[in-house]
Design a protein around this ligand. Structure first.
Ligand code: PHE
Length: 350
């Protein structure tokens, strides 16, 4: 833990143990240079609290990059609720309220929304104690609702930009696309891709999620251990991070990777490994900013849902095209080019 805290380039980490649930609450504030640190609240189990801390730190850094690429004035952070088991009912609500009180005490330094393991409904519970620093609450509570549909829309826009780049044709009709992870975002992405006429393959470690996906339309199910090696045009990681590593990259049989999972690259050098294999990598922190942009746009800029959808799709398409053009002009990989654009905005400040 000491080493992780010493090495991190973020601003601070707030840590609190929650005796009633034995959970650890970690709030990583990476950067407030462009505005309050904003990021989702992730709730899941980890082997230990240092793994949870490392995840929170990496995810918070990713949010700084994400939000710097949007038109919003927002910094990056992330919260992890490291729980010993799945929490439900009163126990879950208790933890969320105590966590909300901690968020409130930070006075707006950190603001949150849903992420892996939390929902728009959970945001309502957090808001009972956190007050105005909670986004993506259900529409009935005055929020913009779940962020996942906006994230999925952004991924689809990213896919179109990539296809445009590869073939001069942004249409997804007839293209074979593999979605890894049929969770909150994966489900919405599946629907959109079927509508766009793509041939969709799906994979998930959860058999029930797969059954639902199969019921949703004509999809082929790929067993989890074969997903990486499945032949497809686009591979869309929509589950947890770290899927792109030395071993998996060697097995990939796709033309491009475009997905919503955060921190897809296990190590920075995996970006070069993808490039060496001739696989176009659409940086995750760009392709997945639709959720935060759509929700925050509605809640802080007064966009209508329709306007938010147009802006999410337009921003991601434009940003990705810009990144791919910069990458080519400078002989960089797309990941490095996207970082450069984000860092430029961060250097300029607000
Ligand atoms: N989970 C979102 C992400 O990773 C974070 C978010 C959603 C933040 C909605 C604010 C509002 O990008």
């Amino acid at each position: 833990m000491e080493e992780l805290l010493r090495q991190w380039d973020g601003e601070c980490v707030v840590v609190r143990h929650d005796p009633p649930t034995q959970a650890w609450i970690l709030i990583a504030v990476h950067s407030t240079r462009l505005g309050p640190a904003i990021g989702g609240t992730r709730m899941r189990g980890y082997p230990g609290v240092s793994e949870a801390l490392e995840d929170a730190q990496r995810l918070a850094s990713g949010m700084t990059l994400k939000l710097a690429l949007t038109e919003l004035d927002a910094g990056g952070g992330k919260a992890v609720l490291c729980v010993p088991r799945r929490l439900e009912g009163a126990e879950r609500a208790g933890l969320l309220r105590r966590y909300g009180a901690l968020v409130h005490s930070l006075g707006g330094l950190f603001q949150t929304g849903p992420d892996v393991g939390t929902s728009a409904e959970d945001m309502d519970t957090i808001a009972e104690t956190a007050g105005p620093f909670v986004h993506s609450r259900p529409e009935g509570s005055g929020g913009a609702g779940d962020s996942a549909p906006y994230t999925a829309l952004g991924v689809e826009a990213g896919m179109r930009a990539v296809c445009e780049r590869l073939d001069g044709d942004g249409s997804l009709a007839g293209r074979r696309i593999l979605i890894q992870g049929i969770g909150n975002v994966g489900r919405h992405l599946l629907e959109r891709l079927l509508q766009a006429g793509a041939e969709v393959l799906v994979s998930d470690v959860d058999a029930r999620a797969l059954q639902q996906a199969a019921a949703a339309g004509a999809v082929r199910v790929v067993p989890p251990d074969e997903a990486l090696a499945a032949e497809c045009e686009l591979f869309a990681p929509c589950a947890l991070g770290g899927v792109l590593n030395e071993q998996s990259i060697a097995r990939l049989r796709c033309r491009a990777v475009v997905g919503s999972a955060n921190n897809q690259l296990a190590r920075p050098e995996d970006a070069e490994r993808l490039q060496a294999r001739g696989i176009l990598y659409a940086p995750d922190f760009l392709v997945s900013f639709g959720g935060a942009l759509g929700v925050l746009g509605c809640e802080t800029r007064g966009w209508s849902p329709q306007e938010a959808r147009e802006r999410v799709a337009g921003s991601i398409r434009r940003r990705l095209a810009e990144v791919l053009a910069l990458a080519e002009a400078e002989g960089l990989g797309p990941e490095a080019a996207a970082r450069r654009l984000a860092e430029r905005r961060l250097a300029a400040g607000r």
